[in-house]
Design a protein around this ligand. Structure first.
Ligand code: ADP
Ligand code: MG
Length: 739
């Protein structure tokens, strides 16, 4: 029997079986034993065809070529692909693998796989294990089930997946997974990886050019990403008793628990044993797949946790995050949990984000977002910070669009997450340096030909202890990187990295052009750099905000500054089709206009579908769960009222039943309201579904349907407070959040 004050009671006739059984099951679970097979350094990347395996399974020439491709983005020539396919197959079969798949990220937001066995008919009635260069390089998955936003009309429905040699193949279960891009017959991207790779190459090109103003030796600039994945865990039995969690990933109803996160006692608190077993298991699985998991800890909300790896090159980090989100779900089930990646699973409780820590570094080992030792290093550091700010400012609406979704809209601006306005926090040290450059005309004079001397406060000393962080900023400078905090927990990091890399690439190109023009007109290089910097410091001023991003005043201030303050998700997506955005993606050769239009069609229709599902689920739950529960309880009250009348007579009985009579009336009113609202919801959906344009349909869902979910919820949550706890069949917040 369950030993808990809330539930220590016998099962009565009215006891909600569903909820009670779930609670009992949740309570009786014990931590799953996790066996640490080996030390982390022994298991790390054991399931990855990384350089160590390549060295062992490839001929030296092919190995050298692969290293060139991975490290320096060299072109892969077909001569090595044969031997890579052969080596990869040998390694995989030795690991017990029987199948392979091209692994890609279609625009659904998930990952997709099509599993094929390694076998082929040998022509003699048997089979042979085969995996050729052709199969490694390119495949034609049945693509018609993936969204294309109209890029692929049915007569040319072909889509191809093509090997990305810069992200190593890995093993999950008995399958060798080969990271690929996914493109249409026409070459247009149908996935996130293709434009991501293009954006990485755009920023490499633009940033290398700027680096060379400081150091001729730089050949390549890498963009880095270190994500921090937040998530909730819910006991599997409780989860199974909540149709809304199963079908939408969030609770569409549920009154706040009496104890929530007021005490802030969950953060870094003692992780319950079952959770810590899960985390240990997850870490082992992540390490085996080459994901350098580093920190696992509790987050602010009850049952909320975080996992962060060491940062990696942007492409690899994006893939690793997709892999992690997928293995998390499996590992959680082994431990009797379900993992919630939704940005806002619980109302009134902190949501989950995926902070994307972004930086640039050269092939000469310089971190471009970190201050250096010499004045020259620091001028370069300031150059990259200022250009990033200018890019963020110019495309602040697009950056917001890149993180926006039906789910993340619940989180952004919800008083505990960055607002739906992009701004950047720099901290007082960097801010004062920028102010100094902006206002101080002497600054340039101090430069001499031979030695660069900056009249700026000592940057390195000041920044080393850059601990004053502004948690409310959506795009904060944190000492050696920018942290994009508006990204949602469930999102693929790619869209935000594509927007960021491309915007900064475009800005760096402008910067180079401006500086070179001045140099051609006879200006000293350093003078030219500082002059152009000053221009962009002035230009990007409105994006700098070190104050409280959660405050109401900030919204007014941001409006005055001309920042994008739109909150409607479908309208925010318009930023992808603005003249500036299209010009940017085209000039950087990342996406063309038709790709952008296609993607927006998918974004709008995904938004509509998400709200549509939620509307259906809340309707079903209201009619099939909530109203029956409430009326059943109402009947017991009525029973009591009648019995009171029988014993005490009508007048006295009614007086004694005064509160119960009020409750009966209040339940009746709420039930009637809920019925009316659900009917209204259905008829509004019918009207909206007839709208032809994906954008207008999404707008109708946003304006007319999404707000009704809140109206219905309000009444359901009120009933939850009124109805006898024993009648309530759905696990409550206090159970979902504290077990
Ligand atoms: P916090 O929660 O305080 O922001 P964490 O230690 O949880 O810090 O996360 C920091 C994240 O930043 C990690 O994913 C880490 O890999 C990443 N990171 C650290 N330095 C860089 C860098 N130069 N570029 C990109 N990411 C970085
Ligand atoms: Mg962080």
């Amino acid at each position: 029997m369950v030993q808990n004050t809330y539930f220590c009671r016998t099962k009565g006739d009215n006891m909600s079986r569903l909820r009670f059984d779930a609670v009992e099951a949740a309570f009786s679970k014990v931590p799953v034993n996790v066996e640490l097979e080996a030390r982390p350094d022994k298991i790390f990347a054991s399931k990855v065809f990384d350089k160590v395996k390549m060295q062992k399974y490839l001929p030296q020439k092919s190995y050298d070529k692969m290293v060139e491709v991975i490290d320096n983005g060299a072109q892969l020539d077909s001569s090595v692909i044969d031997s890579v396919a052969e080596g990869m197959k040998r390694w995989a079969i030795e690991c017990g693998v029987t199948h392979y798949t091209h692994w890609f990220s279609p625009l659904t937001g998930n990952t997709a796989e099509k599993h094929d066995a390694f076998i082929e008919l040998d022509g003699k009635g048997g089979v042979i294990e085969n995996f050729s260069a052709k199969l490694l390089r390119q495949q034609e998955p049945d693509a018609s089930s993936f969204p294309s936003g109209g890029i692929r009309s049915t007569f040319e429905a072909r889509g191809y997946s093509a090997w990305d040699p810069t992200s190593p193949a890995f093993i999950i279960g008995n399958t060798l997974c080969i990271p690929t891009i996914f493109v249409a017959y026409t070459g247009e991207a149908l996935d996130y990886k293709a434009p991501l790779l293009k954006s990485i190459s755009a920023i490499d090109k633009a940033a290398t050019k700027v680096c060379r103003l400081f150091d001729e030796k730089v050949q390549k600039v890498h963009s880095y990403l270190g994500w921090e994945q937040e998530y909730f865990l819910v006991d599997e039995d409780l989860y199974m008793a909540r149709p809304d969690l199963i079908l939408t990933g969030r609770t569409l109803m549920g009154h706040e628990s009496a104890k929530s996160q007021q005490l802030d006692d969950h953060y870094f608190g003692a992780i319950p044993e079952r959770v810590s077993a899960f985390m240990q298991d997850l870490e082992i699985e992540a390490l085996k797949l080459g994901i350098p998991a580093k920190t696992c800890h509790n987050e602010t909300a009850p049952n909320q946790f975080e996992l962060a790896p060491i940062f990696e090159s942007c492409n690899l980090a994006v893939d690793h995050n997709m892999i992690l989100m997928s293995i998390m779900k499996d590992v959680a089930r082994r431990h009797g949990f379900r993992v919630l990646l939704h940005e806002k699973p619980f109302k009134g409780v902190n949501g989950s984000g995926k902070h994307c820590n972004w930086s640039l570094g050269t092939d000469t080992g310089v971190q471009l977002m970190a201050p250096g030792k010499s004045d020259k290093d620091n001028l370069r550091f300031i150059t990259f910070v200022v250009n990033t700010l200018a890019a963020i400012y110019r495309h602040n609406g697009l950056l917001k669009a890149s993180v926006m979704s039906a789910a993340n809209a619940h989180r952004l601006g919800a008083a505990e997450a960055p607002p739906a306005i992009i701004s950047s926090f720099l901290g007082s040290e960097v801010s004062s340096v920028l102010d100094h450059i902006e206002y101080n005309d002497d600054f340039v004079k101090i430069l001499s030909k031979r030695e660069l001397k900056l009249d700026i406060p000592q940057i390195p000393e000041l920044l080393i202890d850059n601990t004053d962080r502004n948690r409310t900023s959506p795009f904060a400078f944190t000492g050696n990187r920018f942290e994009f905090r508006a990204v949602g927990s469930e999102a693929n990091c790619a869209p935000s990295m594509i927007a960021l890399n491309t915007a900064v690439a475009e800005q760096l190109e402008m910067f180079s052009k401006d500086v070179n023009e001045l140099i051609q007109n006879g200006e000293e290089k350093e003078f030219a750099i500082v002059k152009v910097l000053r221009k962009y410091i002035k230009y990007s001023k409105p994006i700098r905000f070190d104050g409280n991003g959660y405050s109401g005043e900030w919204v007014d201030e941001a409006l005055r500054r001309g920042l994008d303050c739109e909150t409607s998700v479908p309208l925010i997506y318009d930023n992808y089709l603005s003249e500036d955005t299209i010009a940017m993606f085209q000039s950087e050769n990342v996406m063309n206009e038709s790709e952008l239009r296609a993607r927006n069609e998918i974004k709008w229709s995904t938004y509509t579908k998400k709200i549509q599902i939620e509307a259906r689920v809340i309707g079903d739950m209201a009619l099939n769960h909530i109203i029956p529960i409430a009326t059943r309880y109402q009947s017991t009250l009525l029973d009591n009222i009648i019995k009171m009348e029988t014993v005490f007579g009508k007048e006295e009985g009614d007086m004694l039943s005064k509160e119960n009579i009020e409750s009966v009336k209040e339940i009746a009113k709420n039930v009637a309201d809920i019925r009316r609202l659900v009917e209204e919801l259905v008829s509004r959906r019918k009207v909206a579904n007839k709208i032809e344009s994906a954008r207008e349909r999404a707008v109708a869902y946003h304006d007319g349907i999404a707000p009704m979910l809140e109206d219905i919820r309000y009444r359901i949550d009120h009933l939850e407070l009124m109805v006898d706890d024993e009648h309530w069949t759905l696990p409550k917040y206090r159970e979902l959040l504290f077990f």
